[in-house]
Write a protein that binds this ligand. Structure first.
Ligand SMILES: [Ca+2]
Length: 518
């Protein structure tokens, strides 16, 4: 619906993403309180040894062997044990943070007597985690969040609990890559501070999803087309070869490459915690339509825009706010701040995001097709992991007329007044030939990661632009928080327009119109 003939061709180099939230956070995670008999393997060993020695047997089992066998049955060790802890405060010199990871049930960390206190443990390396155990002293948290980080500064909330019961709390959540894990207190249950005998972190096998999961693996419902692999034997478009030829023509005609937008024409994603203040975002009539959308006034009536939020460079001024705690997503187009008040020309609000099919309600959203940025942008975390687990949004230049588009698009700004042949409609999906050995092709490592995702999940045409282009999550997602641009290291000096050099575009396969439509 917007004529957006823009793209970013400047040799900036960085990808980004600071998505943060886990679906587990939306659902609150599983908060089961274990039986009091559950204890650490060392404690179990001690208990069993005591029982054994009390029995009239000649040779009590060796505690070390018992510990080992018990450990193998629980199959998971405390990743936080003995690791470095930082805390917001301590009550006294004898209640330091290290006491919470020393494996001793008699020693504890205790904070000063206020609500906003936290304890963070550095696991020493990025690990998969899916389970935190809190063993509280009398002074426990009524409300708190468990958060993770891979860089020590950008935090993802994996779950929140507003009904803390103290004692021992086992908290399970989806597999998450983390080096730092912390308990962030929100409110105390007593007049004292927060006091933890133990803060334990585990990677329980088989308890989460597949390894090294990221929030962007499942922002929307798991059944969303974004996350659904395309079967190797999927039917192809009857004119796949013709559409490939036009795709290659567009590359030749427009700059000779497929570029990757970073700081401009790609959306930053900000993920405010729950409880931050909200403000109204006012619609402004950038297209001089002479009218405003009444529903947007409601959708944007109270948006948790963080103080550090900033839109994309470029005239589209995209910005995404995603708040897992409220399971709500906002998109803004032509975002600006006037006299301290946020304004945007279009976008939308999506509620109950984790149950969504990953498509904006008709008419809303920022891309020309109604497909949200957060679904198809590539993130820095995904590139660091080496695995993108969703379809990738792609913008083309010459598209089929707007009246012809393919699900999952719910609209189009295509333009083909001369009825040129082989025009690709917006919303159409295509993939890289899954039988291709991508590892044998000389490409930038980032291109290889993209190629593998293109084989499994494919691309979806989500916009019109001045060059064929992909979007990474805008590095402003990081730099606005004072963090470095993560794409510099990932691109390793290669300009964004040259990352995909060598990509075997001639091996694309287009899927039929409305492929995957329920
Ligand atoms: Ca302890």
């Amino acid at each position: 619906m917007f004529n957006r003939l823009h793209f970013q061709a400047s040799p900036a180099a960085v990808l980004s993403s600071s998505m943060a939230v886990l679906l587990a956070a939306c659902g609150g995670g599983n908060l089961d309180t274990p039986a009091s008999s559950e204890a650490k393997p060392t404690q179990m060993a001690a208990t069993i040894q005591t029982d054994a020695t009390a029995m009239p047997i000649a040779e009590p089992p060796q505690p070390m062997l018992l510990a080992a066998s018990l450990a193998s049955t629980t199959a998971s060790s405390n990743l936080a044990l003995g690791k470095t802890v930082t805390v917001s405060s301590t009550q006294s010199s004898s209640t330091g943070g290290a006491n919470a990871v020393d494996g001793q049930s008699s020693t504890r960390w205790s904070s000063q007597f206020s609500d906003a206190q936290w304890l963070s443990v550095d696991l020493g390396q990025v690990s998969t985690v899916n389970h935190v155990k809190l063993i509280w002293e009398t002074a426990y948290a009524k409300s708190y969040a468990i958060q993770t980080s891979t860089d020590g500064s950008s935090w993802h909330t994996v779950l929140t609990n507003s009904a803390g019961a103290g004692g021992t709390e086992d908290l399970h959540f989806a597999d998450t890559s983390a080096r730092w894990v912390r308990m962030s207190g929100i409110s105390r249950a007593t007049a004292w501070g927060y006091s933890l005998y133990e803060f334990q972190v585990f990677d329980d096998p088989g308890s989460g999803t597949s390894g090294n999961a990221l929030p962007t693996d499942h922002v929307f419902a798991p059944t969303s087309f974004w996350y659904t692999p395309i079967p190797a034997n999927a039917p192809l478009h009857s004119n796949s070869a013709g559409l490939v030829s036009d795709f290659l023509r567009q590359i030749r005609t427009y700059y000779g490459d497929v570029t990757i937008n970073t700081t401009a024409y790609a959306s930053p994603v900000f993920e405010p915690a729950s409880g931050i203040s909200t403000s109204k975002v006012t619609q402004w009539d950038c297209q001089h339509k002479g009218l405003l959308d009444a529903s947007l006034a409601t959708q944007w009536g109270g948006v948790p825009v963080p103080s550090y939020a900033t839109p994309s460079d470029g005239t589209d001024g995209e910005m995404t706010i995603y708040q897992p705690a409220s399971n709500t997503l906002w998109e803004f187009w032509q975002t600006r701040k006037v006299n301290g008040q946020w304004q945007a020309c279009w976008g939308g609000r999506m509620q109950n995001v984790s149950a969504s099919n990953g498509i904006w309600p008709q008419g809303y959203g920022t891309t020309a097709t109604g497909l949200p940025f957060i679904g198809g942008q590539i993130t820095a975390e995904e590139l660091k992991r080496g695995d993108i687990r969703h379809a990738i949004g792609i913008a083309l230049v010459d598209l089929e007329r707007a009246g012809v588009f393919s699900w999952p698009a719910n609209r189009s700004d295509g333009y083909n007044p001369g009825n040129a042949a082989n025009r690709i409609p917006e919303g159409l999906r295509f993939r890289l030939d899954p039988t291709l050995n991508v590892d044998a092709i000389d490409m930038h490592p980032v291109a290889r990661i993209i190629a593998k995702a293109a084989q499994k999940y494919g691309f979806v045409v989500w916009d019109k632009a001045g060059a064929i282009s992909l979007r990474v999550q805008n590095p402003k997602s990081y730099t606005a928080l004072g963090q470095p641009d993560p794409y510099a290291a990932l691109f390793n000096g290669t300009p964004n327009y040259a990352i995909l050099n060598g990509f075997p575009w001639e091996k694309l396969q287009f899927l039929p119109l409305n492929y995957g439509k329920p």
